[in-house]
Design a protein around this ligand. Structure first.
Ligand SMILES: [Mn+2]
Length: 338
């Protein structure tokens, strides 16, 4: 680790103190590119503005909280940054006009993909921080792209973004359906893990299946419960195999409300969710099976800026997914049986 901390803007450090690459600058031989996407969804009536207005601040806080983290995971004996060079691209320009914001995000991601990078992104809310990221990844892939989306909620209301009221865009409640029409995204390769609870309505499954998603790819708490009974690690590996089979790329997306309400002290939304440990294992397995060629990236939406312990959890998600990629085909999972 260099002695001097690279800075994004003012005294804000880069993620994990990696090299900063501003707009138009050379990405060079980086393997992983991080991009902040500070877009806020309009907060719905009756819900806390922290997850909406507050998420504008998340990329900056996420970077600042990361400075004590390196890339070495003693429990795997893998240093992610020995395998992969990561750069921080700063934040995408999110502006008042939706089409411009989407294009700005897509351009930064496409440049990094062109340079051969896997992506790590953080919003902001889902929608602007997810749709154009996946668009760029899937658009550059040589075949179909699979999606592994972790969310307690469907986020799949009908309607396209061009139909939104510009002053009240509906991305946060619609993005998971909107991505299914992106070129290169195969709805039959969309996997949703952790869906549960009564925020979801009766048409939750229908709005996915009518767009080509397979019902058996929507994994609820009932699947998680069965997985625990038969052994979560083996189940996660089998799921990762199903996701990766026949795909050119895989992209992971995380809404942190997927985590069980007791998972960390700073944030919780719903009970009956996966634990941090279970999500970490799943991402590690997906990384291992995808490998460098097929791992497209991992994106986070709706992470509150002040949920510091949740940020720490997200670093594990990133580092374990990348550790999986780094040790792809290196033999059996080191977590299994541990
Ligand atoms: Mn959610």
């Amino acid at each position: 680790m260099s002695e001097e901390t690279p800075l994004v803007y003012g005294a804000t450090p880069t993620l994990f103190r990696r090299r900063y690459v501003g707009p138009g600058e050379e990405i060079g031989d980086a393997d992983v590119a991080f991009l902040g996407i500070p877009w806020r969804a309009p907060n719905p009536a009756g819900r806390s503005s922290l997850n909406y207005e507050g998420s504008l601040l998340t990329p900056t806080y996420f970077r600042t909280n990361s400075t004590s983290f390196g890339g070495f995971l003693p429990e795997l004996e893998v240093d992610v940054f020995d395998h992969f060079k990561m750069v921080d691209l700063g934040d995408a320009d999110v502006v008042g006009d939706m089409a411009t914001s989407l294009a700005n995000v897509e351009k930064r991601v496409a440049e990094a993909i062109d340079a051969g990078c896997m992506m790590v992104t953080i919003g902001g809310n889902s929608g602007v921080s997810t749709y154009p990221v996946l668009k760029a990844i899937a658009g550059a892939a040589s075949g179909p792209t699979a999606v592994l989306n972790l969310d307690a909620h469907h986020d799949n209301f009908r309607g396209e973004w061009e139909e939104d009221d510009p002053r009240n865009p509906r991305w946060a409640s619609s993005w998971a359906r909107r991505i299914l029409g992106l070129p290169g995204v195969d709805p039959a390769r969309y996997f949703h893990f952790g869906l549960r609870g009564a925020v979801n309505d009766k048409e939750t499954f229908l709005r996915f299946t009518e767009r080509g998603v397979l019902r058996e790819h929507i994994l609820t708490y009932r699947d998680l419960k069965l997985a625990r009974r038969e052994g979560f690690d083996g189940w996660a590996q089998a799921l990762a195999e199903r996701i990766i089979e026949g795909t050119a790329k895989v992209w992971i997306c995380v809404d942190p409300d997927v985590l069980n309400v007791g998972s960390n002290p700073d944030f919780g939304d719903e009970p009956l969710g996966p634990t941090n440990e279970e999500v970490i294992e799943l991402f590690y397995q997906v990384g291992r099976l995808a490998g460098r060629r097929r791992f497209g990236g991992i994106s986070f939406g709706a992470v509150p800026f002040n949920a510091t312990s949740l940020h720490y959890v997200c670093y594990y998600f990133v580092l374990y997914a990348l550790a999986g990629v780094a040790t792809a085909d290196a033999g059996p999972s080191r977590l299994q049986g541990a």
